[in-house]
Design a protein around this ligand. Structure first.
Ligand SMILES: [Zn+2]
Length: 170
């Protein structure tokens, strides 16, 4: 309980870099990711207000509100804040939850932490580079991994396979 209070007060200090405490990187990146210690209020001018609320205030978009739910082209899903690639289209699937869902992230590009917002513990995940909140991972996904990476569409930017990926934002 005490740690929860500390995390909350940390989150309230918008001048601090947004790197969630106790986070654990999932898998190993081909090229190691250097965390970006950018004060969260500096992201305000770079992302939409709706994306900011999700990425840096851990809001959740209403189900079926993102166009990415219906995106079926081949391509890459980037963090909408810093442009780090987080998911490949090959791992997207229809979960019928109303949120874009994936069976796995790109190794080493997301990190998880446990949150207690719903009283019971859930595994939150975020961009391993800028710390921007993306969604939650559940253990009711399809085989073989059995994982459902349930993502806010507004926290992602889709780049079709035929387009070059943008440079990472710093
Ligand atoms: Zn990011």
């Amino acid at each position: 309980m005490k740690r929860r209070v500390v995390l909350k007060s940390f989150a309230a200090a918008s001048i601090l870099p947004f790197i969630p405490s106790c986070s654990q990187v999932v898998g190993e990146a081909a090229t190691p990711i250097t965390p970006l210690n950018k004060p969260r209020n500096e992201w305000k001018g770079l992302v939409s207000p709706r994306a900011y609320q999700i990425l840096f205030e851990e809001a959740t978009e209403r189900p079926e509100s993102s166009n990415l739910l219906y995106e079926e082209r081949e391509g890459t899903y980037l963090c909408a804040a810093c442009y780090l690639p987080l998911f490949e289209s090959a791992h997207k699937y229809e979960s019928w939850t109303g949120w874009p869902s994936f069976t796995q992230p790109i190794a080493g590009h997301v990190a998880t932490k446990v949150d207690f917002k719903m009283i019971w513990p859930r595994t939150e995940y975020h961009c391993a580079r800028c710390g921007g909140h993306q969604g939650h991972v559940f253990k009711d996904g399809p085989p073989p991994r059995g994982e459902r990476w349930c993502n806010n569409g507004y926290a992602l930017k889709f780049v079709p396979a035929e387009e070059a990926l943008p440079l990472l934002r710093s």
